[in-house]
Design a protein around this ligand. Structure first.
Ligand code: ZN
Length: 279
């Protein structure tokens, strides 16, 4: 693959690794809570209050739901959103959730030069550490990667990135200058953002999540996989939608999926040898 690209269109192909997740299950489920409210800019005043709903009410409803199921989560945190709501910041830390970096002010990063992007990554990392007492483990920007982003992340102490949508498994992501970083791909379809377009009701979203998990568990392709579920407090925290998450978590427990933080998933994959890719 060209060293000047962060893309790799071959990956594991027909030969995925053969390990299982803890407990012998084939599917790891990653719940991701996006903490963005208060960090958005350019939002019309009417929409600002819809964002506020997520920070004031929605996040607490999500936390109650996850607490009921004993389910851990990874929080994709915008630094400014944590600063705006210390009680939410403390609630995430108290639960032992993984704290990941979602940018300083939820800005786009694609097209930035290396110095400008590094300054923003360092600023958000340090602000998140000040709010939570924890070094963010990983990175997910509002938009995409640059060819040097993984190199910057590795140099600045990030363990992996989630800023890719390119697989069902962790893998090694290339960067420029021959560097690489573990990648745990995120997912766009198993994401409550679709409740504004793709899913007409909470029930449709719950069905989509359960169908995804069932197919991955029963897939005749051998080997493990990961299912990422993207959650936004201003969306899934609405009463009509919160039940979808509750039903999915009951289903995941019945089917024996391993619900884990993204950091736990990446560590387990590394412990199994980090796949079998040569790079
Ligand atoms: Zn987000």
């Amino acid at each position: 693959m060209p060293a000047s690209s962060y893309r790799d269109v071959t990956g594991y192909g027909a030969n995925p690794p053969s390990f299982t997740w803890p407990g012998g299950t084939r599917v790891a489920v990653s719940l991701v809570i996006n903490i963005e409210e208060g960090a958005e800019r350019g939002t019309a005043p009417g929409m600002q209050t819809a964002f506020d709903y997520g920070a004031r009410a929605g996040i607490w409803r999500i936390l109650r739901t996850l607490d009921r199921h004993g389910a851990p989560a990874t929080a994709f945190c915008c630094a400014v959103a944590l600063e705006a709501n210390p009680a939410v910041s403390a609630a995430l830390v108290d639960r032992g959730y993984e704290i990941a970096d979602h940018g300083y002010r939820w800005e786009g990063h694609s097209g930035l030069d290396i110095g400008a992007e590094r300054d923003l990554i360092v600023a958000s990392r340090d602000a998140i550490r000040a709010s939570t007492g924890m070094r963010p483990t990983s990175w997910y920007s509002k938009d995409g990667l640059n060819v040097f982003t993984r190199r910057t992340l590795a140099a600045e102490g990030f363990d992996y990135e989630s800023n890719s949508f390119n697989d069902d498994l962790p893998h090694w992501g290339p960067a420029d200058e021959g560097t690489r970083l573990p990648v745990l791909p995120y997912a766009g379809d198993t994401n409550d953002a679709g409740l504004a377009s793709q899913f007409p009701t909470g029930s449709a979203f719950a069905r989509h999540l359960m169908d995804t998990l069932d197919f991955q568990l029963d897939d005749p392709r051998p080997g493990p996989s990961v299912m990422s579920v993207g959650l936004h407090p201003r969306v899934i925290g609405r009463p009509a939608y919160a039940g979808a998450l509750d039903r999915f978590l009951s289903h995941a427990a019945e089917r024996g999926a391993w619900i884990a933080t993204r950091q736990e998933i990446v560590r387990w994959w590394l412990d199994q040898g980090g796949g079998h890719e040569a790079l």
